[in-house]
Design a protein around this ligand. Sequence first.
Ligand SMILES: [Zn+2]
Length: 270
Amino acid sequence: MQYGAFVISLDFELLWGVRDNRTIADYGANILGVREVIPALLDLFAERNIACTWATVGLLFFATNTAMRAALPARKPRYANARISSYHYLDEVGTDEEHDPYYFGLSLIKRILDHPAQEIGTHTFSHFYCLEEGGDIAAFRADLEAARTVAGRLGIKLSSIVFPRNQVAHLSVCRELGLRAFRGNERVWFHRARTCRWHGRYSRQPLSASGWKQCRVGAPAPAADHLGHGNGGPSPKAFSFMVAPAQFRRRFTGQLGVSARHPRLLPRLA
Ligand SMILES: [Zn+2]
C-alpha cells in the first residue's frame, strides 16, 4: 500500500469488557447507553458512507443464557487472578437479552449486519487477556475457535481482531484461524510488555518478527484495511523489548534513551 488509510474500528463488548473493574450498579447506565449509541452511529455511517470494523466479544452473540453456556469453550483461561475472567461472572448473567441488556448483544450484532460496509470482527470470545498469567496459547486458541464458531452461525467469517486491553500476542494462532488483521498499538511505553526481563521474569515472549510479518493484512476487507501495523504502523520492535521499571520512568520523562544506555534490553530479533 502506497498511501495511508484512515481506519475506524470499535470495540463492542458491553459489560464483558469492564466487568473486572465495574459493576451494573456503578457502570450499568453507560452500558445501556451503548444500546442507543450503536444504532445512532450506524445511521451516521450509512448517511456518510463510512466503513467500520466492530470488534465484537463472542459472548455477545447469544440470545439466551442456555445457548451461551452450551457454546463455552472447554478449555478456559486459568488466569492467576480469577476475577479478570469473564467466566467468573457467568452466574450473574440473566436469562436473555430482553432481561439482561448488559451481557447479551445479539440484536445489536444483527443490526450492524443490516447496514452497509460494516464488518464484524472479533474482540475474542471472552475478552481474553493474552498477556496475563494464565492467558496461554492453548486457551487462546480455544477462545478464538469459540468466537469463530458463534460468528459462523450468523454467516460471519471473522478476519479482524482487536486484542482486549491491547494485549497483542499469539499471532500465529490468529493466522491459523483465518484472521488477517489486528489492531496494532501506538509506540508508547504503556503498550510494551509490562514485566521486566532484566529483573528476572516476564509473562510473555515478545512477538517474533516472522509472526508479525505473516499476520499482515493480505487482502482488502470490506470495512477498511484496519491495520495499525504493517503499512506504516509501528515496527515489531515496538512490542518486543522489555524495559526495566526505573528506565520506564526515565524514558517516560524523556531523560534517558533506553537503547543507548542498556543495549542488552533491545529486541532480540533476527
Ligand atoms: Zn475490550
